[in-house]
Write a protein that binds this ligand. Structure first.
Ligand SMILES: Cc1cc2nc3c(=O)[nH]c(=O)nc-3n(C[C@H](O)[C@H](O)[C@H](O)COP(=O)(O)O)c2cc1C
Length: 141
């Protein structure tokens, strides 16, 4: 079983979370396919029943607008019944972008692997990375 972890990251914070999620997936005995969104294909991803999506808080509590937002918008119609782990890093906000993202994907019919996603303030610390690894491992049945 291979589980994709697709992310957008401007300065590497969300990327570090993605890599930790990938480690968690592999520690639980599955293969992880950790890729940035510019390398991902919506139709290929939509064939998986379980996957992770990551993006830092950008704009004003939004997903990154040039790559991640269009990818998620296209994916949205294809996530019904799927188990998705949302994650990302944020800065000065209170996590609003993640609450909105969870709500959006839930409304599209996806089941959240973590009800509030996994978020980290700026550079993920070791506790954050441990939470990412644990969430990754939980994606493997
Ligand atoms: C253009 C821009 C917009 C941002 N908007 C927000 C925001 O709305 N809320 C927030 O909490 N942080 C915001 N941030 C901070 C980033 O989310 C934060 O630095 C994060 O750690 C970046 O992670 P990354 O390296 O994975 O992109 C913004 C940063 C940039 C550069």
């Amino acid at each position: 079983m291979s589980i994709s972890v697709v992310y957008w990251s401007g300065t590497g914070n969300t990327q570090a979370m993605a890599e930790a999620i990938g480690e968690g997936i592999e520690s639980a005995g599955a293969q992880a396919n950790v890729i940035s969104v510019d390398q991902a294909n919506v139709d290929v991803l939509a064939e998986e029943d379980v996957f992770a999506l990551g993006c830092s808080a950008m704009g004003a509590e939004e997903l990154e607008e040039s790559e991640m937002e269009p990818f998620v918008a296209e994916l949205e119609g294809k996530v019904s019944g799927k188990k998705i782990l949302l994650f990302g890093s944020y800065g000065w906000g209170d996590g609003e972008w993640m609450r909105s993202w969870v709500e959006r994907m839930t409304a599209a019919g996806a089941k959240m692997a973590e009800p509030e996603g996994v978020i980290a303030n700026e550079t993920p610390g070791s506790d954050d990375l441990d939470a990412c690894k644990a969430a990754g491992a939980k994606l493997v049945d």
